[in-house]
Design a protein around this ligand. Structure first.
Ligand code: ATP
Ligand code: MG
Ligand code: MG
Ligand code: MG
Length: 497
């Protein structure tokens, strides 16, 4: 069976909304430079924040796009899930359609249904939808309008109430907000579906009953006294996980079995001389039960992380020791550790995957292809630097392991700090290795050591400074500026103020 291609499915989404009067715009860069509250774009909405806040008029009433998103820090952090589950990524594409004071619930719901069932031919009885059930505590009413609209398309047993956490969206403590409706799909076999109704598994972390699309209806303004007033103009903000949509239209059980990830996975498996079996532990907290599971996790982690690393660098964020740069360095080191420990890669190898990804994405995100060699060089240098100390750090951990076990199965703060300071192990890497060994880490102790070191010397400050300088130099690369200007002229203002 040949899989639907990523470029075809993505284009179907964009064409569908173009046919409904939407302007198609390119993805904004994943790296955020002018918003102190956000390191990376983490949703399709983020680049349009100013329009929703009324700081700027939207250039069009209807917009659709695919937005590169990263969920590795802050409010949305899916890093721990990646590789273990089959549908959370660090970097993913969020497909979205927007109405800025134009159409509202009725059209958004009608089009979502039409796209999923007519265009993508998803089976209607596998789809579940949710609506906001209301909140007694703060007096917000249930969104029965959405509930009623869905009744035109599906049966009551597939229209489920949802709580504030999943079904009410707020930008912050004050500002635009409103109820949302999520669409979930049940991809289990007929037998499994007969045994347990899908409605019982919605939002229950089942790997084959997953949320694919969220439609937010910006209806209210939250005031400082917490009350809600109706917005003069109502808007729609939707986000559909492209890799999950690919899983659904391909009829497979994992995002990694789609055309989005298969070219990467095949390349990695071939490069390390192993097979990818597609096995996954049942939950994130389950450790791999077999050698196949262990190598499969590592292959998935690497296929996932190389996307984050490559797009972050090509959008102007180099790995460094501070802030967003450190997030990228941590992810890169995490990938190196998996390649080293689970796949036996003692030499730099991640950088070799970059061209595969660049070719794959050339049609939609040409910025990576344009900077392929630069990205490869940065990745390879990072790999070389980290591999130098990784082995020693792991050996050091091993020699101390017995002691940890006798001491409450916990890695003490001093050791965690030493691993970070001397061997370049970010704290979350130490925590990951600990988890695999059935140990915990004294994170408070680690922080204390870190603080002490900072006050002991100004050295750390100087390192940060020099790393920062490297980051700035790279941003001035002509290739990067060129991308911004060519790809998204309207966005230069927002991102390069
Ligand atoms: P989930 O409950 O599965 O974590 P979410 O509710 O956090 O998803 P939203 O913030 O509503 O997700 O984002 C809109 C859509 O983006 C989701 O419906 C999903 O399809 C997709 N999505 C969210 N997080 C990820 C991720 N880490 N990797 C891939 N797709 C994602
Ligand atoms: Mg989530
Ligand atoms: Mg959710
Ligand atoms: Mg959601």
């Amino acid at each position: 069976m040949s899989l639907p291609t990523a470029s075809h499915v993505r284009q179907q989404f964009l064409d569908f909304f173009a046919s409904k009067g939407h302007h198609i715009v390119p993805s904004a860069p994943i790296v955020v430079k002018d918003d102190p509250t956000l390191l990376f774009i983490n949703s399709g909405m983020a680049p349009f924040k100013d329009y929703f806040l009324g700081n700027k008029p939207a250039p069009f009433k209807r917009i659709a796009d695919t937005q590169k998103c990263l969920r590795v820090s802050g409010k949305h952090n899916d890093l721990e899930e990646v590789g273990y589950d089959t549908y959370h990524h660090t970097m993913f594409e969020m497909l979205g359609n927007w109405s800025f004071g134009d159409y509202f619930k009725k059209d958004a719901i009608a089009w979502a249904w039409e796209l999923l069932t007519d265009v993508f031919k998803l089976e209607k009885d596998r789809l579940y939808v949710t609506y906001f059930e209301g909140d007694k505590a703060d007096g917000t009413a249930a969104d029965t309008e959405t509930q009623d609209l869905w009744r035109q398309y599906t049966t009551d047993d597939r229209i489920l109430p949802g709580n504030k956490k999943d079904n009410f969206w707020e930008m912050g403590d004050t500002g635009p907000c409103g109820p949302c409706t999520e669409i979930h799909i049940d991809l289990r076999s007929e037998e499994e579906r007969a045994a347990t109704p899908g409605r019982e598994l919605v939002n229950a972390d089942h790997p084959q009953v997953v949320e694919i699309w969220n439609n937010v209806f910006m209806e209210f303004q939250r005031l400082a006294d917490k009350s809600l007033i109706k917005l003069p103009e109502q808007s729609v903000d939707t986000g559909m996980g492209f890799e999950r949509l690919m899983m659904a239209v391909s009829g497979v059980k994992s995002n990694y079995d789609t055309d989005v990830f298969q070219p990467l996975i095949k390349f990695i498996a071939n490069e390390v001389g192993l097979e990818y079996h597609g096995t996954a532990p049942a939950t994130v907290n389950d450790q791999p039960a077999t050698e196949n599971e262990k190598t499969d996790i590592a292959i998935r982690v690497i296929a996932d992380h190389i996307r984050t690393i490559s797009f972050a660098i090509s959008d102007g964020q180099l790995p460094s020791n501070v802030k967003a740069g450190y997030v990228i360095r941590r992810i890169l080191r995490r990938a190196v550790r998996y390649a080293f420990s689970s796949l036996g890669q003692k030499q730099p190898f991640l950088y070799k995957i970059v061209p595969v990804l660049a070719d794959q994405m050339a049609g939609i995100f040409p910025e990576l292809k344009q900077q392929q060699q630069f990205v490869q060089r940065v990745v390879e240098e990072e790999e070389i630097a980290f591999l130098k100390t990784l082995e020693n750090g792991l050996r050091r951990l091993e020699t101390l392991e017995e002691g940890f076990r006798q001491n409450g199965s916990r890695i003490d703060g001093k050791t965690a700090f030493e691993l970070s300071d001397t061997f370049g192990f970010p704290l979350d890497l130490t925590a990951l290795i600990a988890r695999e060994k059935g140990l915990s880490v004294d994170e408070e102790g680690f922080k204390k050591e870190l603080e002490q070191q900072k006050s002991r010397s100004r050295n750390a400050q100087e390192t940060e400074q020099s790393d920062w300088t490297v980051v700035r130099e790279s941003e001035e690369q002509p290739a990067f500026v060129g991308y911004d200007q060519e790809q998204a002229p309207a966005r230069i203002l927002r991102y390069r103020r």
